[in-house]
Ligand binder design. Structure first.
Ligand SMILES: Cc1cc2nc3c(=O)[nH]c(=O)nc-3n(C[C@H](O)[C@H](O)[C@H](O)COP(=O)(O)OP(=O)(O)OC[C@H]3O[C@@H](n4cnc5c(N)ncnc54)[C@H](O)[C@@H]3O)c2cc1C
Length: 405
């Protein structure tokens, strides 16, 4: 028989996270941090105390060994509270790329960054995108050449979330660089994953981008000029970094799906409160079918996407625990979440803003923060919309239908 329920432990966990969010992440604070463009460090430390940071890492590595369904619950609750999605972004970037680094790193790197990030004392993110484009991972220009026991990295990474955080608190990024020429027909081979501390000599951090949303987490870029990393900073096998990058994207994308569900739920709840009170033509506007039908449609879509996300998170757990589904099958489901959840959440914020009339267009109303923040996931953070479509179609039609090959 199918059981769509969460375990008692997961329900208790959701309650605890929601209660912490209610006390510590009220919308007035979210607005303040959005304006100041900073998440207070104390909040990150509290999240660490709750066991939320890189929570899927095993206990022996300092994590709590959470499953992906539980991680999605955390993502949903954090974004329900912080609809600007800055804290969810910071949290999920660390959760997914910390997961990959932890899985493939040496004990030295684990000590240097993972254990610290889990305690809230360092930042760990992803630096894959380059100025020439982010979608075509195999075309990246950054290189790493072996010299003795060291790797020398050259190149540039841009649109990277968390550069200021990594400068302030220490830490760095999962990054990929070309280490061998690609064999014909396999451009994704010959890339290697590295842990790159942002303060490594030769890394020059450029200024923060003036983003339109999720203002409390920075986005920046950096040059790598003769950056020398020890062999111990290689993640996984040399020349196989593309696969690690895809594994990290999978983790990030499922958490994005859950975060978008949480934020959209809040947008609709804010809207429902308003349409029950606001009156026009002698009655609450929620009595008009033009408004309530939109709400009903949005709510139905929200639930469809919520269960798509949790089914996918369950598949991911089955993949890791029991090798039950193939990685590419799970990737297809994950891409369906990343394809649908951000655009739906954007619509939920837009609809709720419209129900608010002129007030919805002001910064007194919290909804505009959500619209700005969610847009980052519609555009492409952790992979653009069309790239999700390509992943899905690849699984449906076969690899010979990949459009760029
Ligand atoms: C707020 C924000 C934060 C980010 N944080 C990070 C980060 O922390 N680390 C990091 O590495 N990157 C980060 N990125 C970059 C992100 O990963 C890229 O934006 C994404 O991979 C797309 O790359 P691009 O922006 O270069 O667009 P491009 O790759 O140039 O694509 C532009 C457009 O063309 C479309 N397109 C491209 N190829 C195809 C195709 N074959 N078929 C159909 N359409 C196609 C895309 O869908 C997109 O709409 C961030 C981006 C944003 C907006």
């Amino acid at each position: 028989m199918m059981d769509f329920g969460f375990t008692e432990e997961q329900e208790l966990f959701r309650k605890a996270v929601r209660e912490w969010c209610r006390k510590n992440l009220p919308l007035e604070k979210i607005r303040e941090w959005d304006s100041k463009q900073e998440v207070p460090h104390d909040i990150i430390k509290q999240m660490a105390d709750l066991g939320l940071l890189i929570m899927t890492a095993p206990e022996e590595h300092g994590g709590v060994g959470a499953d992906w369904v539980t991680a999605c619950i955390a993502a949903e609750e954090l974004a329900y509270a912080d609809i600007s999605i800055a804290i969810p972004v910071l949290w999920l970037v660390e959760s997914s790329w910390g997961f990959v680094v932890d899985k493939y790193c040496t004990e030295k790197v684990r000590e240097e960054v993972i254990r610290k990030a889990i305690r809230g004392d360092a930042f760990i993110g992803i630096a894959s995108t380059e100025a020439g484009g982010g979608s075509d991972v195999a075309a990246f220009k950054s290189t790493a050449k072996k010299e003795g026991n060291e790797w020398v990295l050259e190149g540039e990474k841009t649109y990277i979330s968390g550069t200021e955080e990594a400068l302030k608190f220490g830490g760095g990024f999962f990054t990929v660089a070309r280490t061998a020429s690609a064999p014909p027909g396999a451009p994704h081979r010959g890339m290697t994953g590295f842990y790159l501390p942002l303060k490594a000599p030769g890394v020059e951090v450029s200024k923060r981008f003036d983003d339109m949303g999720r203002m409390a987490i920075s986005t920046g870029g950096f040059l790598m000029k003769n950056v020398r990393l020890p062999d111990s900073n290689v993640l996984g096998e040399v020349d196989k970094g593309f696969y690690l990058t895809m594994e990290g994207f999978d983790a990030a994308r499922i958490l994005i799906g859950a975060a978008c569900v949480g934020a959209a739920q809040r947008a609709l709840e804010i809207g429902m409160d308003y349409i029950k009170e606001r009156r026009a033509f002698g009655r609450p506007i929620g009595k008009f079918e033009g408004v309530q039908f939109e709400l009903a449609d949005d709510y139905a879509e929200l639930e469809m996407i919520r269960w798509l996300v949790y089914k996918t998170a369950w598949m991911m757990d089955e993949r890791y625990k029991k090798k039950r589904f193939s990685p590419t099958e799970v990737a297809k489901w994950i891409s369906m979440c990343k394809l649908k959840a951000p655009h739906f959440a954007f619509k939920a914020f837009k609809d709720s803003m419209l129900w608010h009339g002129a007030y919805g267009y002001t910064k007194e109303c919290p909804l505009e923060m959500g619209l700005r923040g969610i847009m980052s996931y519609c555009i492409g953070a952790e992979g653009s919309t069309n790239i999700q479509r390509i992943v899905i179609a690849r699984e449906l039609l076969g690899k010979e239908f990949i459009p760029y090959k």
